[in-house]
Design a protein around this ligand. Structure first.
Ligand SMILES: N[C@@H](CCC(=O)N[C@@H](CS)C(=O)NCC(=O)O)C(=O)O
Length: 243
């Protein structure tokens, strides 16, 4: 059976990491049997999560996991989409992963209140005497990653503007369609669902969260995706499951 390695359910989300939530959604869409396992960064082939183990093959990165499932199990998550639609879906996916993601990281890790309610908990297992040191060290590494990406060089207000613009683009494109590309769920729904739930998550307060929450279409979409693919959850990111 396929094993999916992530950080586990947290903050009312299937996983604190939107990339793990995306991979889990793809696996649920595929209907293949899989089980969740706790990750170890030292075993992760790219030292990031998610990674999967499938028949002895260990594979990292949510996009390569998707392509592996498609190739090995003859699945086309985007069946029925035109080349133009596939291109649009890919562009939205990468906007979420390579831009909105860094906004969410900044708002969770660099805003003290959010950090205290969220990521600080990842360190609860670290022995108390060295915990403050480890927390400060990891937070410094995250700040550096934000800086190298470029997002961390903007003011908080500009980061919030960028995040809100991405949320608006997603909400406007989704409109009142049941799924991102139309009547049927496709691969981009795994990504949009994961990142929009991460943005909606009421644990983390920010203007980006408020912008997302103000768009009923996004809350209904998360509820619809939850009802369809996560029937074992009554709600995700504070959005009630409803078909
Ligand atoms: N391109 C990767 C990104 C995965 C990623 O950035 N995962 C984060 C968690 S959300 C991580 O493992 N970060 C640890 C690190 O960068 O050291 C994917 O699609 O899976």
């Amino acid at each position: 059976m396929i094993k999916l390695y992530g950080s586990g359910q947290n903050f009312g989300l299937p996983d604190a990491s939107p990339f793990v939530a995306k991979a889990e959604t793809l696996l649920r869409m595929s209907k293949l049997p899989f089980e969740r396992r706790p990750m170890s960064f030292s075993r992760a082939p790219k030292k990031k999560i998610p990674y999967i183990e499938d028949d002895g093959v260990v594979l990292g990165d949510s996009t390569f996991i998707r392509w592996h499932l498609e190739q090995k199990y003859a699945i086309d998550f985007d069946a029925g989409l035109t080349a133009e639609q596939r291109a649009t879906a890919w562009a939205f996916e990468k906007m979420a992963e390579d831009n909105l993601y860094w906004v969410l990281i900044d708002l969770r890790w660099m805003v003290d209140d959010n950090f205290d309610k969220g990521p600080r908990m990842f360190f609860n297992a670290v022995p108390a005497p060295i915990r403050p040191l480890v927390v400060a060290m990891v937070r410094r590494q995250v700040r550096k990653s934000l800086h190298y990406h470029g997002m961390g060089r903007h003011s908080r207000a500009d980061i919030e503007r960028l995040g809100t613009r991405s949320i608006t683009a997603i909400a406007d494109y989704l409109g009142e369609k049941p799924f991102f590309m139309g009547d049927r769920p496709t691969s981009v729904d795994a990504t949009v669902f994961a990142f929009v739930s991460g943005a909606l998550c009421p644990v983390f307060h920010s203007p980006v969260q408020q912008a997302a929450w103000s768009r009923g279409t996004l809350r209904r979409y998360v509820g619809r995706m939850t009802a369809r693919f996560f029937p074992d959850y009554s709600q995700i990111a504070g959005c009630e499951a409803a078909a």
